[in-house]
Design a protein around this ligand. Structure first.
Ligand code: APR
Ligand code: PHB
Length: 393
């Protein structure tokens, strides 16, 4: 057994774990990060690409803002479309803010680079991660490293950043945790294509044939999604089918701009809302997807993970500055307030923009009326924009 010691053990080397490690190391706090997969595997996952301005600020504070400034696209609004009639919601005119289009995979890549420059302690391909007693003041995590050797890390805190399918959430006894969940009866079929984006800003479209989203990564890389049956596989769909369905769902005035091409990636994402409460059990804290999942409508996943990391890092820094555990013990309550706001917004947007299999004519009329209201009411647009750009931290 190899014996290791640190201040904070972070389980999971996705964006949450890496950002937390980076912010703590910036304050002179020691970390060890345990990641189940290889770096290459983590960086192969394609995720959303919309950063709230608060997220950009925190990433800059962590030292990974440079490329966002150079390569990110600032968007001051977005298009929505109802039955092929598009309209725009301006973020800058309604709430004086904007979002930045920059892929999550790129954020993760930059975080890895920064962590490597700082010689962070990251163990890849770890197995059988086991938290011994989260209530102990010197917590222990046992794991197997990539050559199969058993290691034990002793630390003050353990942070669960291991995503929805990780092990840390389940370490909170069932009697001490409550889970809230809604699974949506559809998925998103997404493709990446090396074609110019159909529009200068994102388009979220609702039609009676289902939802579509037009997003982008850069001037020659588009990310498109259509609502699909969650019980199908990406291989079931040809590119030709995808483009035909997408065109049907686009606002009329955008159709002529759509440039099609071969997909370079195709995948299906299920849609789910999930929250566990509380986010703390003894010296174990949950962050990001380990604690909550939102459907991708509105792109809140990464932004929420970043705000969790922000609140928790403040609590940990305060503890190591000798100010006690007050801030740390407030983490769960404070983070959950913001989490539920994003859960509500992404649920609302998902409900408004998708066709549910059981949708009755009455429900369809309500949906269309809601979109009509959003198209014409400055107040409704301000409500949308306030949530889309991210409620203040
Ligand atoms: N031990 C160690 N690492 C683990 C374990 C485990 N038992 N289980 C999972 N992991 C790793 C995964 O391999 C993954 O790299 O934890 C990491 C979790 O990363 P994410 O799932 O990306 O979660 P998070 O870092 O919280 O990022 C949240 O990313 O998943 C998106 O939509 C999500 O945008 C949101 C953001
Ligand atoms: C994306 O670019 O992948 C994206 C953008 C906005 C969303 C979801 C995904 O709401």
């Amino acid at each position: 057994m190899v014996n290791l010691k640190t201040q904070v053990t972070i389980i999971g080397g996705g964006p949450s774990g890496l950002l937390l490690s980076q912010l703590l190391m910036n304050e002179g706090i020691e970390t060890i990060v345990l990641e189940k997969h290889t770096k290459c595997h983590v960086l192969s996952r394609i995720r959303a690409g919309v950063l709230e301005s608060g997220t950009v600020e925190i990433l800059k504070q962590a030292g990974v803002g440079e490329r966002i400034d150079i390569d990110g696209f600032v968007h001051e609004g977005t298009y929505l479309s109802s039955e092929n009639k598009g309209f725009r919601v301006s973020f800058s005119e309604t709430v004086g803010k904007s979002v930045t289009i920059f892929g999550q995979t790129e954020v993760t890549k930059d975080l890895y680079q920064k962590q490597e420059e700082r010689e962070a302690n990251i163990f890849f391909q770890v197995k059988n991660v086991n938290i011994v007693d989260p209530k102990s003041s010197k917590t222990e995590v046992i794991f197997e490293d990539k050559i199969g050797k058993e290691n034990k890390v002793v630390s003050d805190f353990i942070i669960g950043c291991d995503g929805f399918h990780g092990v840390t959430r389940k370490r909170i006894p069932l009697s001490q945790r409550k889970e809230y969940e809604r699974v949506y009866p559809f998925g998103w079929l997404g493709i990446l294509s090396e074609t110019p984006p159909v529009s200068d800003e994102l388009i979220y479209a609702n039609t009676s044939d289902g939802f579509a989203l037009c997003s982008m990564r850069n001037n020659n890389l588009s990310r498109y999604y259509i609502q699909c049956d969650a019980n199908t596989r990406a291989e079931d769909y040809s590119d030709d089918y995808f483009w035909k369905e997408l065109i049907k769902r686009l606002p009329e005035n955008s159709r002529d701009n759509l440039k099609t091409g071969p997909s370079i990636e195709k995948s299906i994402a299920p849609l789910r809302s999930f929250v566990v409460e509380p986010l703390q059990y003894g010296n174990l804290f949950l962050v990001g997807d380990a604690a909550h999942i939102v459907p991708p409508t509105g792109a809140k996943g990464l932004n929420l993970a970043v705000s969790d990391v922000h609140y928790l890092s403040e609590g940990l820094v305060s503890f190591y500055n000798g100010e006690g555990k007050k801030k740390l013990s407030d983490y769960s309550k404070i983070a959950l307030k913001r989490i539920w706001k994003a859960v509500r917004f992404s649920w609302w947007m998902t409900t408004m923009m998708h066709e549910f299999p059981e949708t009755k004519e009455f429900d369809r009329k309500i949906k269309l009326s809601e979109l009509e209201h959003l198209a014409h009411s400055k107040f409704a647009q301000a409500h949308f924009a306030e949530n889309y750009v991210g409620v203040p931290l």
